[in-house]
Design a protein around this ligand. Structure first.
Ligand code: 13P
Length: 344
């Protein structure tokens, strides 16, 4: 696959006003989310939820691509249409998570490494044939006195490089996701330091392994204070620190940065994305900066649905409205306040 073709897909994923929906929760995580709204978890109920999202009228106006889980890419709607086809027909690019989740890192009590390289070449070819055009691999780091360690950064960055090179070889755009978790009580400065170290190593590995930067997307955490930080950073601080960190570490050849929401509430994730894009309007940046949110896009819609067919339309409206607001933030044009809020 030519770099130009990968670059075209990558640029389409981060095109103006659009971002990505991460609907790639594993069966275990999706089941927990369904149980939290009183719905019995099964492959059918997981399908019903994904079908609700993919068939929402107007969704494709704001969302360029959807990341799916292995179960979902093989499923069809209740009237027999493959879910991949529903996305493609709506002009949404189908994507697939290809890692096999985190596992305890040998020799470490608290750190993890993402696995899934064994057999990856074959799985990528199968996903391409099924219609996927981009992929995701997530590495996870936590902040403490002793972490992230150089060891954890090094092995995870190496795996991200191997994954990204294999994905490009198969004609799939890799989303490279090194996530520093928001858990704990650390400050925005600690997040800055950990993000900078991690991103430097990740891009060294991508370069060493011949990954075409033009044909990938970076999915990082924002540089942000932790959930329990005694002093939560303001959105202006998040914007300034995030942009400084990425300008130091992310090469200009990368077409786009698409943030994860990482447990920020939907409003917080929207306001912070808006602040970053407003700062870019002043300062400039070489890449598009958008969203690749999971929870921040769908959490309210999931509650609104509650598993009831009678609530499908209402939940779809909530989802599309949140997508519209996040798209506005992606352009630095979000106005918080009653008029800017979802009409639930
Ligand atoms: P959140 O936006 O819910 O963090 O999910 C994005 C994602 O894909 C995490 O891997």
């Amino acid at each position: 696959m030519s770099t130009e073709s990968l670059a075209t897909t990558a640029r389409t994923l981060v095109s103006s006003g659009k971002g990505i929906l991460a609907a790639d929760e594993s069966n275990g995580t999706m089941s927990q989310r369904l149980q939290s709204i009183g719905v019995e978890a099964s492959s059918d109920s997981r399908r019903d939820w994904r079908q609700l999202i993919f068939t929402a009228d107007g969704f494709a106006e704001y969302v360029s691509g959807v990341i799916m889980f292995d179960e979902t890419i093989r499923q069809s709607s209740d009237d027999g249409r493959p879910l991949v086809e529903i996305l493609s027909n709506a002009g949404v690019i189908p994507g697939i998570k290809v890692d096999k989740s985190t596992h305890q890192l040998a020799g470490s009590k608290s750190e993890v490494v993402t696995e899934g390289l064994d057999g990856l070449r074959g799985r990528l070819a199968e996903y391409y044939d099924m219609g996927a055009r981009f992929t995701k691999w997530r590495a996870v780091f936590s902040i403490s006195e002793t972490t992230p360690s150089d060891y954890a950064i090094s092995v995870n960055a190496h795996a991200l490089g191997r994954y990204a090179a294999l994905a490009q070889e198969a004609g799939l755009v890799p989303i490279v996701e090194p996530e520093i978790l928001m858990d704990g009580s650390h400050s925005i400065d600690s997040c800055f330091a950990a993000s900078e170290r991690t991103l430097r190593t990740v891009f060294e590995e991508l370069s060493a392994q011949g990954v075409a930067l033009e044909g990938m997307i970076l999915k990082p955490n924002m540089v942000i204070s932790s959930h329990e930080s005694p002093k939560r950073a303001t959105s202006a601080e998040v914007a300034e620190r995030s942009l400084t960190c990425f300008k130091r570490t992310v090469p200009a050849a990368v077409p786009g940065i698409a943030f994860l929401s990482g447990g920020q509430g939907d409003e917080e994730a929207t306001v912070n994305l808006d602040a970053i894009n407003r700062l870019i309007a002043d300062e400039g940046a070489p890449w598009e900066v958008t969203f690749s949110y999971g929870r921040a896009l769908v959490a309210t819609a999931l509650k609104t649905w509650g598993g009831s067919p009678a609530n499908v339309k209402k939940a779809q409206k909530v989802l599309v409205e949140r997508s519209r607001l996040t798209s506005a933030a992606r352009q630095g044009k979000y106005s918080p306040g009653p008029a800017g809020r979802p009409s639930t």
